[in-house]
Design a protein around this ligand. Structure first.
Ligand code: 4AD
Ligand code: MG
Length: 505
């Protein structure tokens, strides 16, 4: 079998490809088809004079997403999708498709989500999934190259790891069991056996709200390291994220182009990340402390002005195109072209309006942020918009963090936890820290958090038998995919998203 990805090696040769008709147009004896085979896209040119009447008519009639095989000569052509064109000499229809619901027109996102099983075929979704694949592969490479052992934590668990409010309860042979929120506690046990480990598995959180950052089912990567402290943990997070982002920049150039991703901020991972304590981060959020001469309140005002400006520009372009259409001199093709552009611009304006509508809320929550509280999505957004690089916030008030976090002996009341916040408003992608080793303090915290002691006996054993300092972190794969791909919503980062209100397809 030969694939589109192999075309560079077959320039000038006759090849056979099997795939689908992603899109086509025809004019006077020629059909121009965007042909896709999963590995890529290319243009197929079907000429009546070459393939004959029967095949030509079949191609001309062929509905979108019909499957077919084509034979033809490979021509390099930079201007074509994928950079190659096939001059078709013969074609055979494999299966004619029914009327395909997703057309080249703009569709609403709810409609597309309902058709997710088909939407995955579109070029943008194809590019996202390829990028996700590279991210996964590079994550494994990073840890494997450093001698970490991949181990798997169970999914049915008897205890909560990240608080009891987001637990999914299931029936386990008549007993309650919970779908795992995190593999960490098991990771700690495994690190005591192997030294350096990482888990890579599905995790579940009953998040009863629809946000652009939360899924009910997501994949988490959780390394755990014996003899690591918070500083070493932060160094590893930084090396890790730099490695993964750099590897995507290196290997997914075509995908990022399809996604029209401006990579300026991604390139910045090569510079040192910002590290700041929670208390300093709060001062920045509240606008009490500036960053390079600008406070958070000024930054938000600047952003609002820029978005309004952008909106005016788009509105002017729509008006111009509408006038062109109204002028009555355009051909049918040109009208369609302009109308499509207008639909696209209107969608862009909708996005801008959504962004604009967020700003007063961000401003409000920034000004009124209460010292001691956990960060909400908008606080993270405000903080990260102040910096070009990823920001690590560490030493959090103990009350807002999980029971297993170690208290800083030199900074009482603060836990040695760290969150990595991605720039461009993406917010928390990693949460981690040094683990509490004092068994009495752990027991007290378990009681304070109203967790059932009996479910944690095995975990406490780890402090009884060869207790050592250790640390780890959890990276949310989909949050990282969203940031790297520049997606506005987490729903496009996973093949079949599970979130509040959605179980199908
Ligand atoms: O910050 P979290 O809750 O930390 C833990 O679960 C720790 N036990 C990890 C550890 O130290 N081993 O979750 C870790 C990451 C978050 O930073 C975020 O990226 C992602 O998991 N995450 C979610 N992603 C999508 N949807 C959700 N509902 C998520 N909740 C957390
Ligand atoms: Mg967290």
């Amino acid at each position: 079998m030969l694939y589109i990805k192999d075309l560079p090696k077959h320039e000038g040769q006759e090849v056979e490809l099997k795939g689908w008709n992603a899109q086509k147009r025809d004019s006077k004896g020629l059909v121009f088809m965007t042909f896709r085979d999963g590995t890529g896209f290319c243009q197929a040119v079907i000429d009546l004079n070459v393939v004959g009447e029967t095949s030509f008519e079949a191609a001309k009639r062929l509905p979108q997403e019909s499957s077919l095989s084509i034979k033809g000569k490979v021509i390099k052509d930079e201007r074509q999708i994928g950079g190659y064109e096939i001059q078709v000499s013969a074609l055979q229809v494999i299966a004619e498709a029914e009327d395909y619901p997703i057309t080249p027109k703009e569709h609403g996102v709810d409609f597309l989500m309902d058709k997710r099983h088909l939407w995955l075929r579109s070029r943008r979704q194809w590019a996202i999934m390829r990028t996700r694949n590279e991210i996964i592969y590079s994550i494994h490479r990073f840890f494997q190259e450093r001698g970490f052992v991949q181990m798997d934590a169970p999914i049915f668990t008897g205890n909560a790891c990240e608080g009891t409010t987001t637990l999914f309860e299931t029936d386990y042979y008549g007993e309650p069991a919970y779908l795992s929120q995190s593999g960490q506690l098991y990771g700690e046990a495994m690190a005591m056996a192997q030294g350096l480990i990482y888990t890579f598995g599905p995790t579940f959180r009953a998040e009863k709200s629809k946000t652009r950052r939360h899924l009910s089912e997501f994949w988490m990567i959780e390394p755990e390291m014996a003899f690591y402290d918070l500083k070493m943990d932060m160094d590893l997070i930084e090396d890790f994220v730099r490695y993964v982002v750099s590897s995507v920049l290196d290997k997914c150039k075509e995908e990022l182009k399809v996604l029209e991703r401006d990579t300026t901020y991604l390139e910045k991972v090569r510079e040192p990340f910002i590290r700041m304590k929670y208390e300093d981060a709060v001062s920045v959020i509240r606008g009490e402390k500036d960053v390079n001469g600008r406070t958070s309140l000024q930054m938000l005002a600047d952003e609002e002005a820029a978005l309004k400006d952008e909106k005016l520009k788009l509105e002017a372009e729509i008006k111009e195109r509408e006038e062109k259409i109204a002028g009555g001199t355009l051909k049918k093709g040109e009208i369609n072209f302009n109308q499509n552009k207008i639909d696209k611009l209107k969608n862009e304006i909708k996005d801008l309006e959504e962004k604009l509508s967020n700003i007063p809320q961000w401003l409000n929550s920034a000004k009124n942020f209460k010292r001691g509280d956990d960060f909400g999505g908008s606080d993270e957004t405000v903080l990260t918009k102040m910096f070009g690089q990823p920001v690590m916030v560490y030493n959090w008030p103990q009350e807002v963090k999980a029971f297993y976090m170690k208290e800083d002996e030199t900074d009482k009341g603060y836990a040695k936890g760290v969150d990595l916040l991605a720039p461009e408003g993406y917010g928390e992608v990693v949460g981690g820290g040094e683990r509490e080793t004092d068994i009495e303090r752990l027991k007290r915290k378990i009681v304070e958090h109203q967790l059932p002691m009996s479910a944690f006996e095995w975990y406490l054993d780890l402090r009884k038998f060869g207790n050592v300092p250790h640390a780890g972190f959890g990276l949310g794969l989909e949050r990282l995919v969203a940031w790297i791909c520049g997606l506005q919503h987490i729903r496009e980062t996973i093949p079949f998203p599970r979130s509040y209100g959605r179980l199908l397809p």
